[in-house]
Design a protein around this ligand. Structure first.
Ligand code: CA2
Length: 147
């Protein structure tokens, strides 16, 4: 099984500021958690981070036919990007949305998720542990689809 893990803008800055919202672990720790989780589950993983909406759309398009699942934290693009939503719908690869913080408890502008509308599940407010939960859930979901 092959998963693509996508992180949007500023996720690479984790741990530098706002530990009360995003925790104190940095992006390298997030990458390690994803790699270790996938290795333990026998999942081949590619981790991708970009600050650019079009680069994320390109990456989702290129995933078509190559990945069984996508774990995506589109970061701020969650709340603005119909392009990322459309690309997830276009490739129709099973996807899980992850947010480190609990966006439901935050500002009004974070209350909409476009990408989430193309995802089978959303995990939020669990810190970077949410990526592990998302990977495990998606593995079970994909296995269920394959029968
Ligand atoms: O909670 C999440 O995972 C978010 O996707 C993180 C985004 C935010 O725009 C979303 O509303 C929720 C922000 C990414 C990280 O931003 C930083 C801000 C300050 C210091 C370090 C990273």
């Amino acid at each position: 099984m092959k998963f693509l893990i996508i992180n949007g803008p500023n996720i690479n800055m984790l741990g530098l500021r706002e530990p009360g919202i995003y925790g104190s672990q940095n992006y390298a720790a997030l990458e390690s958690l994803v790699r270790e989780t996938c290795a333990a589950e026998g999942i081949e993983a590619e981790i991708f981070q970009s600050n650019h909406e079009g680069a994320i759309v390109d990456k989702i398009q290129q995933a078509y036919g190559h990945y069984h699942g996508i774990v995506i934290n589109p970061a701020a693009y969650t709340h603005t990007s119909i392009a990322i939503l459309d690309s997830l719908k276009a490739v129709a690869i099973p996807a899980v949305e992850v947010h480190i913080s609990d966006v439901r408890q935050r500002e009004g502008f974070r209350q909409v998720s476009y990408a989430g509308q193309a995802c089978a599940k959303t995990i939020m407010g669990q810190g970077i542990e949410g990526y592990r939960l998302g990977i495990l859930w998606l593995k079970g979901y994909v296995e269920g689809l394959e029968g």
